[in-house]
Design a protein around this ligand. Structure first.
Ligand code: SF4
Length: 401
């Protein structure tokens, strides 16, 4: 059994998750100095950026972008707030955005308005001359933070002790640190997104008997159930306990070993919220993300990735009604873009992803004005060996048919 190299802790991003939750249904951006009164970690930036109004930020960002031209591209994840996404040259989910970064070689600088693991993936896929920038360095992801490398290395050593080399195939969700993607690349595994998790698991079960799925237990469980793996052939790996809280016998019998991680945003969606929406609207469509717990997914009418949810709502019939279980900034945007439909978030509390929300337009301006002065603030880099091995796992994912 591996000697534990460290004690696991609840990540700070999880503890800070509810910091921006509100009962009103909109969250207009305020000058950064006011937003910083919310008790979470913020990256400190020069004082002048703290007090610009929305109009001042808009004007300065426009001027800086005009001077920088095509040397800069701004990518925006769907979960970004409205006041940031409007600057994005391209919007998408984490993987689409990384691919977009790689397809814009004319851009020397990629400002990635998203969270840390996304910027890392963009860095792995970008051309060597491109620099990837994360506007606020404290924009992490609570799910990715639930699988720190030391814990995953310990778990992998334990699993290899019990199951032997090649006894389990590692599959990691895109929402994980680059080191885990590299571990998958080195050990015959792959990466998946919420759009292709089923294909990735099918592929993994062709390579071996069992799968270690990281870091989101819900996406892993929901997808394995879809493939017909029964619940009694799945175990959870709890990094707080020796051998993940399992006996060697339980591990040998399991087809799926699910890392005990979750998304702080999607685990807020419950069956009782779905029941309440159905009681209010008889003909409602309930659509949720597969990072939601199993019971919520089973009570919904449809389950799918962010891109799937967007496509379904955008192509829905006029007058159709949609109760949605995903991040509220995206749901609010869908509601605005589909005024002929009823679109609302299942969670009655407005609770954005607190790390995505830390990308305020003032940080975007700080990045742009830094570039005008020849300074690259918040460049995200990935060591060469990690890049090489994670690229193997990402390329395996890309070749999935
Ligand atoms: S929505 Fe969940 S998985 Fe996505 S960045 Fe936020 S915490 Fe991470």
């Amino acid at each position: 059994m591996a000697v534990r190299s460290r004690r696991s802790m609840v990540p700070i991003t999880e503890i800070e998750h509810s910091a921006f939750c509100k009962t009103e249904d909109n969250l207009p951006s305020k000058p950064l100095a006011e937003e910083m009164s919310v008790n979470v970690r913020w990256q400190q930036i020069p004082n002048e950026y703290l007090h610009y109004t929305a109009d001042e930020l808009d004007q300065r960002i426009g001027e800086a972008r005009a001077k920088l031209g095509k040397t800069v591209t701004i990518l925006g994840h769907h979960y970004q707030r409205e006041e940031v996404i409007k600057y994005a040259d391209f919007q998408g989910d984490s993987f689409l955005l990384s691919r977009e970064a790689a397809s814009r070689p004319e851009a020397d600088y990629i400002i990635f308005c998203g969270v840390h693991f996304m910027a890392e993936t963009a860095c792995i896929l970008a051309a060597p001359h491109q620099k990837v920038i994360l506007p606020n360095i404290t924009a992490g992801c609570s799910m990715a933070d639930m699988a720190p490398m030391e814990d995953v290395d310990d778990a992998w050593a334990d699993l290899e002790d019990v199951l032997g080399p090649g006894g389990i195939i590692p599959v990691t969700y895109m929402n994980s640190i680059a080191g885990i993607k590299a571990l998958c690349g080195r050990n015959g595994g792959t990466v998946c997104t919420s759009s292709n998790a089923k294909k990735a698991l099918e592929w993994a079960f062709e390579q071996g008997e069992r799968v270690l799925f990281l870091p989101d237990q819900h996406l892993g469980r929901n997808t394995a159930l879809e493939l017909g793996v029964p619940l009694d052939e799945m175990v959870v790996w709890n990094p707080f306990r020796q051998m993940g809280g399992n006996t060697p016998e339980q591990l040998r019998k399991a087809k799926m070993v699910l890392w005990q991680g979750h998304c702080s945003v999607h685990t807020r969606f419950t069956v009782s919220q779905i029941d309440a929406a159905r009681a209010l609207h008889l003909d409602i469509n309930i659509i949720v993300h597969p990072e939601c717990p199993m019971e919520t997914v089973q009570a919904a009418d449809m389950v799918g990735s962010t891109e799937f949810i967007r496509e379904k709502v955008n192509s829905g019939a006029p007058g159709s009604k949609w109760g949605i279980g995903t991040e509220v900034s995206l749901v609010n945007r869908l509601a605005i873009n589909n005024p002929d439909k009823t679109v609302f978030c299942l969670d009655p509390v407005t609770c954005p992803c607190s790390t995505m929300y830390r990308v305020h337009p003032a940080y975007v301006l700080w990045m742009l004005e830094g570039l005008l002065e020849g300074k690259v603030n918040n460049e995200i880099t990935v060591p060469e060996d990690i890049q090489r091995d994670s690229k193997i796992a990402l390329e395996r994912m890309l070749s999935l048919k």
